[in-house]
Structure formats: structure tokens, C-alpha cells
Ligand binder design. Structure first.
Ligand code: SER
Length: 319
């Protein structure tokens, strides 16, 4: 019987992933934890506890007490926020991963999931169809921490046989919980503003194309990777994973198909430079070959669902 611990269950990925895992493994077997309160459905459908991953003793006690067999470690400071508090972000992102890897080694956790990001790439990386193996010279604190984390994951796998698995997520788009502090967050904010005021001021330029993915695809891919046979996995740092790529101008066009008078303006801030250092599209053929990754949602399908769900959530109709 698997007992799964989610760290960061109140966050953008965690709030959706917790529910998906509870549907598979049973509500009582998926332990949601975070330093902040989760959405209502996470709170009501199974165990939730406030737990700070930076508190190693509390983490160890929790894992032992609940006989945890798998850990999903999703807590992190995202790219934009990390630039404001570099050393703090480094400490949170790195120390938490290292204490989980060490705990997994010491008490024999069966599987660990840890997300990496397109932020491991930098200015020297080829921008189009970025390969799995390429230059990785990130220029952000977040990217440096993700790259170092990837190396640590591979190290713990090779040296201590810790079965840790990882994905380089692109920008993730979802309607349930907002991310906060990321460079790709504009692609979520735009829907809220489109519905509320029919206009949006974007902090990236019109042509800042980035790799993106609708959350249901990210959740499916994550679970698929975690269910794959260990022998099939040839990458123990982190897999490239792609779905769709678009620019702010392109997503605005898509929204205009539903909200005719929607307008977008551009006022790029420091995050534009971060976006420019990241790829525009990703070659994820290794993930597709090794464990059968495939995405389902197009930009237009995603836009339709985002508008519908967020307008329901806000209680505002948009047409
Ligand atoms: N979406 C993240 C960010 O923008 C990238 O992993 O920080």
C-alpha cells in the first residue's frame, strides 16, 4: 500500500496533483502538506497538515509516523520572486531538496518526484527545439537552483539508488490555484483580467514566445513518469517535457475569439530578460520514447476551458 506525501499541496501544481493522486491511491493515502492553507477540496478530501519542509525534524517525524513510501516535493520559490531574494530562494529551493533526498536515502523512500524547469536553460542554449542534452548556463537564481537540483537528483540515484524522478516543466497554466512570482504567470493572469476588465497589461513583450502546458497534461505526465518502470528511465537528472508554445500576442488573439473587445498592452519589466534567456520550444523526444509522454491540449482548447472555469470561479460571465 502506497502512502504518498505531497509537500507544497496548496500550490499551483500541488492543489491539482493531490486530488489526482487521491483518485488513484485513495483519499486517506495521500497526505497533503504545506505552510499555507490549501483549497477547500484538498482540505476536505483527505489528510492535510501544516508542515514546513525546512524543519527537518518535523519532516522526518511526519514521514516515519505516517509510513510514507513516496514523496512529491513541489515547494519552491519561482523565478521572479527568487530574483528579489536570491540567497533566501537558494536556501529554500536547495536545502529542502537535499533534506528530502537524504531522508529518502536514510529510510528507504520508494520514489521521489521533484520538478525542474525550462529555467535550467540560459542565453547560450539553442532556443528552438532545445534538446535534452545541451548548454545549460542559467542566469537566474531559480534556474541555478533547478540545475544544481538536477545534478543532486542524478547523484543520489547513481550513488545511493534513490529512485528520484524529475520533469523540466514549461510554464504551467491552470485555473484552480495561481502560481505567484513566476515569469510565465502572465499566461494565467491574462485570463482573470480578460474576464474582469476585458484588458490586460503584460509584463513581457508581445513576441516573448515560451514553452507552456495546460495543467491536466502536466498532471498526467507526472503520474505517468512516476508509474513508469524504473528500467525504462534513461534520464535521472530531469526530462525535457513540452506541449505548446505561444507568445503573449498569440494568446491574446485566442482570447479575442471569445471576448471580442479584449485588448492587451505591453509594459515589460525585469522578467522580460528572464523570458529572453529561456527556450521558445522544447524537444521532448526522450520522454516520449522512454515512458510514452504525450500532451493532449492545444492553445485553443486550453483557452476555452480556462475562460469557462475562471468565469465560473469569479461569478462573472465574459460574453
Ligand atoms: N513557471 C516557472 C517560472 O516562471 C518556470 O519554471 O518561474
Amino acid at each position: 500500500m502506497e502512502k504518498i506525501l505531497i509537500i507544497g499541496a496548496s500550490g499551483q501544481i500541488g492543489s491539482d496533483l493531490t486530488i489526482a493522486l487521491r483518485n488513484i491511491f485513495g483519499n486517506e493515502n495521500v497526505f497533503a502538506t504545506d505552510i499555507k492553507q490549501p483549497p477547500q477540496d484538498v482540505l476536505e478530501s483527505g489528510p492535510f497538515q501544516i508542515l514546513d519542509v525546512m524543519n527537518e525534524n518535523a519532516l522526518m517525524d511526519f514521514v516515519v509516523k505516517n509510513k510514507i513510501t513516496q514523496i512529491y516535493h513541489l515547494a519552491a520559490v519561482l523565478s521572479g520572486n527568487a530574483e528579489k531574494l536570491p540567497l533566501k530562494a537558494w536556501e529554500i529551493n536547495m536545502k529542502s531538496l537535499l533534506s528530502i533526498l537524504e531522508l529518502a536515502k536514510q529510510i528507504g523512500i520508494k520514489k521521489v518526484f521533484w520538478p525542474s524547469s525550462i529555467a535550467v536553460f540560459g542565453n547560450t542554449t539553442p532556443k528552438l527545439m532545445t534538446p535534452q542534452l545541451t548548454y545549460t548556463e542559467p542566469n537566474t537564481v531559480y534556474g541555478i537552483s533547478k540545475l544544481a537540483g538536477e545534478r543532486w537528483c542524478e547523484y543520489y540515484f547513481n550513488k545511493y539508488n534513490v529512485d528520484v524522478r524529475s520533469l523540466r516543466y514549461p510554464g504551467l497554466i491552470s485555473y484552480k490555484t495561481e502560481a505567484g512570482g513566476g515569469t510565465t504567470d502572465y499566461a494565467v493572469e491574462i485570463f482573470y483580467e480578460a474576464i474582469k476588465s476585458h484588458k490586460y497589461e503584460c509584463f513581457l513583450k508581445a513576441d516573448a514566445t515560451l514553452p507552456m502546458m495546460f495543467m491536466p497534461d502536466a498532471i498526467d505526465g507526472t503520474i505517468k513518469l512516476m508509474e513508469a518502470e524504473s528500467e525504462k528511465l534513461t534520464i535521472r537528472s530531469s526530462y525535457n517535457m513540452a506541449a505548446i508554445s505561444f507568445s503573449p500576442a498569440e494568446i491574446a488573439e485566442e482570447i479575442k475569439k471569445h471576448i471580442k473587445d479584449f485588448t492587451i498592452t505591453y509594459n515589460p519589466d525585469f522578467r522580460q530578460k528572464i523570458a529572453e534567456s529561456w527556450p521558445k520550444s522544447i524537444d521532448d523526444s526522450v520522454a516520449r520514447t522512454d515512458w510514452g509522454w504525450q500532451h493532449r491540449y492545444s492553445l485553443s482548447e486550453m483557452t476555452e476551458i480556462m475562460l469557462k472555469e475562471i468565469s465560473k470561479k469569479l461569478g462573472i460571465s465574459y460574453n
